[in-house]
Write a protein that binds this ligand. Structure first.
Ligand code: NAP
Length: 308
């Protein structure tokens, strides 16, 4: 609503209606971040929470700032304390259910940042802590697994304060977290928030190769969203569509049901600006894919095109 997808189509009232429609449809987790906007998404969620705090589990993130040219990490304890107070104000609540570290600050030992976040739990401002591993590709060293650095970071912060959730990308066309990261979470009863579960919308089957994106839409520069790569990856959408048709649902719902089928600890966090899509996505929680469906999806060709 407030970041990454065409700012020109941002519409505050429609976004509020969409969040309310999602809550009405039984969605309870609202995942935001101070940097989305920056700040405008928390303000938007705050407008809803003011009226409906009891209906929502609110998770937000700290540690990334929108600079003049780039997004920059800040993990200094004093910054974390200030940022939390600012998020609480924008969210119009006195407690954040889940506070996530958006990115590690390379200048600050992650234990220090995590320790400051743990103090917020002790102060009653935050209920639980999570760590985001989106962007793990940027961390990756040659010869290392995609989430090796994340797993090391998780072990370090676990010694300071328990990790309640990990957020990383997981979808039919980006299944890398299934190896390593998901088993780590499952073994420790840590929740897994699957970011980008619809593959930035590609897996919904509503995008056409070569359709073009607004200049401020991240997909305008994304290697998997060139006309060539979108055409090359059509077999993935076609496979999801086949499974979806057997159940009388949409490819988006099949894509979300696949994420849900990866474990009881896995929660997809799809993004949607439109109420209609938020309601459609919520209904995917009622869809159970069969072992045959899952085998068919597992046999689809791997997605082509680099992710970043
Ligand atoms: N921790 C991190 O660093 C990080 C990074 C990225 C994402 N995330 C989390 O993951 C969430 C989702 O990521 P995302 O929004 O980038 O990707 P996504 O959920 O994979 O895809 C969102 C796109 O799918 C479209 N869409 C949603 N439901 C649809 C439906 N039923 N039919 C057709 N199209 C549909 C949306 O369109 P409209 O916008 O037009 O509605 C939007 O373009 C974010 O909101 C955030 O909470 C976290």
């Amino acid at each position: 609503m407030s970041w990454a997808y065409s700012a020109s189509r941002r519409q505050g009232e429609e976004s509020v209606r969409t969040v309310c429609a999602a809550l009405d449809a039984g969605v309870s987790l609202l995942d935001t971040a101070d940097m989305y906007g920056p700040f405008t998404n928390e303000l938007l969620v705050g407008r809803v929470l003011k009226e409906r705090r009891a209906d929502a589990f609110v998770s937000t993130k700290v540690g990334l700032l929108v600079g003049e040219q780039h997004v920059v990490a800040d993990g200094r304890p004093a910054y974390v304390r200030r940022a939390c107070d600012a998020s609480l104000r924008r969210l119009q609540t006195d407690v954040i259910d889940l506070y996530q570290l958006h990115r590690e600050d390379p200048e600050v030992p992650v234990e220090e940042t995590w320790g400051a976040m743990a103090e917020l739990v002790a102060a009653g401002k935050v209920r639980a802590l999570g760590l985001c591993a989106v962007g793990a590709r940027a961390d990756r060293r040659p010869g290392a697994g995609l989430y090796d650095a994340t797993l090391r970071r998780l072990s370090r912060v676990q010694q300071v304060f328990p990790v309640s959730s990990v957020q990383a990308e997981l979808s039919v066309w980006s299944p890398e977290a299934l190896a390593g990261l998901l088993p780590w979470c499952e073994a420790r009863q840590v929740g897994f928030l699957a970011a980008m579960p619809l593959g930035h919308g590609f897996l919904t089957g509503t995008l056409t190769p070569g359709q073009g994106f607004e200049p401020d839409d991240l997909r305008a520069r994304h290697p998997r969203f060139t006309a060539e790569m979108m055409a090359a990856n059509q077999p993935v959408v076609a496979g999801l569509r086949r499974v979806a048709e057997r159940h009388g649902v949409t490819p988006a719902q099949a894509a979300l049901a696949w994420v849900l089928a990866q474990g009881a600890h896995v929660v997809p966090v799809p993004g949607a600006k439109r109420a209609r899509w938020a309601v459609e996505n919520a209904a995917a929680a009622g869809l159970r894919l069969t072992p045959a469906d899952l085998a068919e999806i597992a046999a689809l060709p791997p997605a082509q095109g680099s992710w970043e």
